[in-house]
Design a protein around this ligand. Sequence first.
Ligand code: PMP
Length: 314
Amino acid sequence: SKCSQDGIFTKGELLRYGPIELSPSSGVLNYGQGLFEGLKAYKKEDGSILLFRPHENALRMRMGAGRMCMPSPAVEQFVDAVKLTVLENKRWVPPTGKGSLYIRPLLFGSGTVLGLAPAPEYTFLIFVSPVGNYFKGGLAPINLVVENEFHRAAPGGTGGVKTIGNYASVLKAQKRAKENGYSDVLYLDSVHKKYLEEVSSCNIFVVKNKIISTPEIKGTILPGITRKSIIDVARGQGYQVEERLVSVEELLDADEVFCTGTAVVVSPVGSITYLGRKVEYKNNGIGVVSQQVYSSLTSLQMGLTEDKMGWTMK
Ligand code: PMP
């Protein structure tokens, strides 16, 4: 059936980066039937290359494919394709500490379809690009604005999967926030307009009296792989971490707020503006917890410390 998870993805090929052919009546162009993933490869000091939890990206794409009524590559096929692409582009992986190779897998309805229906054929492709650190200088505080007009996701929608349309819907708020001098937008839930959801491309954590809280995964926020990793890292360091409803009011007297994601890694939040009121955090948001989890995660990702979790992969 067209909504079955297991399609046949023929043996892939390596192509030079460039335009691809796509029918004007393809499912992705007309009905937004598309998903993407994002992960990074880091170079170790000995020159070898490390991937961070690529199986998690494969699983998330598979879960998203179910929601978008698409077949998806098997987990091993996804991971093998990522490895092959990275090896072929080894020379583009920046030296340790200077950045990483960003890997962008795409899965989309490339078959033609006119009436509203899943496309009859799909394309899975991966492209890569070297990237510097997202915020110049590593642990750089960001300034968020709480969005009051737009929502990113609604219950029963597609907020919990990495479908392309979710990103189209945030472009306007994102652009407006940047024009007003903010780094990014913080979204609230669309029902009560009071609980934290996430930022346009990262998850959020709030620290109060050494307890770390983060919005629970309930279908409207993306289950971030960095989020999941940071929860484990923080618990491993003895912190209590709660996944729960976090009210926007809790931002007002938090000790620390930070964001997590593949692109931003861990970013302390220096200030949050909510209904015209700006809350500024101590030390520009660079607190003990964000510093600790940042250094643990990045040294793991770059292969500078022993990987007891088995999260990195050559
Ligand atoms: N939320 C959204 C909306 C995102 O796009 C991302 C980036 N994939 C994240 C959270 C963080 O997810 P991850 O840690 O897997 O990069």
